[in-house]
Design a protein around this ligand. Structure first.
Ligand code: GTP
Ligand code: MG
Length: 421
C-alpha cells in the first residue's frame, strides 16, 4: 500500500478521469477524525458519571474487616503476653476503623469536589434530581453528606476510646476478650450510623449518575415542544435514541440522548452529533414549571444546541396548557427567548390532518423559520426533516468552531505572555 502523503499527492495530480480508481486505494486509510483540538478545548461534561460508586455499608464493612484481619497479626517479637495482646487488639480495632472511615471520607470529599466543578447544565440536572428526591423521600443532599461525615467522625472517635480500653486491660486474656467484644460493637455502631446515609446517597447517586452525558465538542440539537406532540417518536426515527413513547403527557421525564454520525468540515471528518429528547413544556410562567420542564429550559439555556421545535396542531394531543393556542403561544415565547439558535419548526402527526386556518396562524407565528410537515407513522416529510436537522447541526458546528478557535487563540496569547515575562 502506498504511504499516505504519496497518496494525497496522487489525488492532487491525477487527472479527473483516473480519480475513479481512488476508492479502491482509500478504504485502507484510517477513518477521518475531527482535528485533535476539537476534542480537547471544551470544558468537560459527564462529571456526574464520575461520582464514586458507593457500595452498601454492609459490603464496605466486610471489606474493611477482611483487610484488618490480613494486615494486623499478633506481633511475635513482643515477648510479654499482656503487651502483645494489648498491641494486637488496639491495632486491629484501629485498622478496622480506618478501613471503615476511608471510603466514607473519600465519598464525602469526592461529592463535594464534583458538585462544585459541574458544568452549569449538569449543575441544574443535579439540583433538579436532588429536588425531586427531596419531594419524594424528603432527602436533601447536603444533609446526607453531613450525616455521612458525622458517622465517620463518630466511628473514629469511638474506636479511639476502644483502643484505650483494650490497652488498659489488666491481663492478656481480658485484653483479648475485650477486643473481641469491642470489635463486634464497633461493627454494629458503624452499621447503625453509616447505613442510613449510605443507603440514601446510593438512591440519589443512581439518579445523578444516569444523567445524560452531553459532549460540548460535538454539535447537538434538542427536540422541544408541548407534552405528547411526538418528540420522542421523531428522535427514535432520526437517531439511535430509544426514548419511551406513550400516548400520555410527560412520558419523557428526563433528557434522553440519541446520536447520528455526520460528516463535517466539508466531509473532512465525521462526528457523532447528538439528538436530545426533552420533557414537554407547558404554556405557563417559569415560576409554575415542574422539574422536568425546568430541565428542558436548562438545556436550552446552558447548552449550545440547535432546536427542533415540535407541534401537534391536529387538535388531538391538547391537554391543559397545551392546546393549539397554547402550543403556538409557547413556540412564540420560546423563540423570543432564544432568537439566535439554529431552529426548525416541525408540524408533527400530519397524517391526522391540520386545519388550513390553523396552519395559516402557525405560518404567521413561525415567520421566516423553516416549517417541515411530518408524520412518523406514514414517513411523510421525514427525509426533509433529516436534511433540515443536518443543516442546523452544521450551523452549530460552525459556532463551535468559532468558540474553539477563540479559545485556542486565547491559550496561545496566554502562553506567549508567559514566555515573554
Ligand atoms: N398519528 C400519529 N401519531 C403519532 C405520530 N408520532 C407520534 N405519535 C403518537 O403520539 C403519541 C405521543 O408520542 P411521543 O413521541 O411519546 O410524544 P412526546 O412528545 O415525546 O411526549 P412526552 O414525552 O409525553 O412529552 C404516541 O402515542 C405516538 O405513537 C405520528 O406521526 N402520527
Ligand atoms: Mg417524549
Amino acid at each position: 500500500m502506498l504511504p499516505r502523503p504519496l497518496l494525497l499527492l496522487l489525488v492532487l495530480l491525477l487527472p479527473p478521469m483516473f480519480s475513479s480508481l481512488l476508492p479502491s486505494l482509500l478504504p485502507s486509510l484510517p477513518p477521518p477524525r475531527p482535528p485533535t483540538r476539537l476534542l480537547s478545548s471544551f470544558p468537560p461534561t459527564g462529571q456526574l458519571r464520575s461520582l464514586p460508586a458507593l457500595r452498601p455499608a454492609s459490603e464496605m464493612l466486610s471489606t474493611a474487616a477482611k483487610a484488618s484481619y490480613k494486615s494486623v497479626r499478633e506481633d511475635k517479637s513482643v515477648s510479654n503476653a499482656r503487651q502483645r495482646a494489648r498491641k494486637f487488639g488496639a491495632e486491629r480495632v484501629n485498622a478496622l476503623a480506618q478501613g471503615l472511615c476511608t471510603p466514607l471520607n473519600a465519598a464525602t470529599k469526592r461529592y463535594g469536589s464534583v458538585l462544585r466543578g459541574l458544568h452549569p447544565f449538569e449543575k441544574v440536572v443535579a439540583d433538579l434530581s436532588v429536588k425531586t428526591r427531596v419531594k419524594r423521600d424528603g432527602v436533601a443532599l447536603g444533609d446526607i453528606l453531613n450525616d455521612l461525615n458525622d458517622a465517620r467522625k463518630q466511628v473514629l472517635s469511638e474506636s479511639k476510646d476502644m483502643c484505650v480500653r483494650i490497652k488498659a486491660a489488666p491481663t492478656a486474656r481480658e485484653s483479648l476478650e475485650l477486643f473481641e467484644q469491642l470489635e463486634a460493637e464497633l461493627k454494629e455502631r458503624y452499621l447503625s450510623l453509616a447505613s442510613p446515609p449510605v443507603q440514601k446517597l446510593m438512591g440519589l447517586q443512581k439518579d445523578l449518575r444516569s444523567a445524560p452525558s452531553i459532549r460540548l465538542d460535538a454539535p447537538a440539537c434538542v427536540l422541544v415542544g408541548s407534552p405528547n406532540v411526538g418528540k420522542s417518536s421523531i428522535v427514535t426515527a432520526i437517531s439511535s435514541g430509544t426514548p419511551e413513547i406513550n400516548n400520555y403527557p410527560f412520558t419523557t421525564r428526563g433528557m434522553t440522548l440519541g446520536h447520528v454520525s455526520k460528516a463535517f468540515g466539508g466531509g473532512r471528518y465525521t462526528q457523532q452529533a447528538q439528538i436530545m429528547d426533552s420533557p414537554g413544556l407547558l404554556n405557563r410562567p417559569d415560576g409554575e414549571r415542574n422539574e422536568m420542564e425546568a430541565l428542558t429550559m436548562a438545556s436550552l439555556k446552558h447548552l449550545p444546541t440547535a432546536v427542533v421545535y415540535v407541534m401537534d396542531l391536529s387538535g388531538q394531543s391538547g391537554d391543559a396548557c397545551s392546546s393549539i393556542e397554547d402550543q403556538l403561544a409557547l413556540r412564540e415565547e420560546t423563540r423570543g427567548r432564544f432568537p439566535k439558535r439554529p431552529w426548525v419548526d416541525v408540524m408533527a402527526k400530519f397524517d391526522l390532518g391540520v386545519d388550513e386556518e390553523v396552519m395559516e396562524r402557525a405560518r404567521a407565528v413561525c415567520g421566516s423559520d423553516t416549517i417541515v410537515e411530518v408524520s412518523v407513522h406514514t414517513g411523510q416529510g421525514m427525509e426533509e426533516l433529516k436534511g433540515e436537522v443536518d443543516r442546523i447541526l452544521e450551523e452549530v458546528r460552525s459556532v463551535l468552531d468559532v468558540i474553539d478557535a477563540r479559545r485556542v487563540q486565547e491559550e496561545e496569547e496566554k502562553a506567549e505572555l508567559e514566555n515573554a515575562s
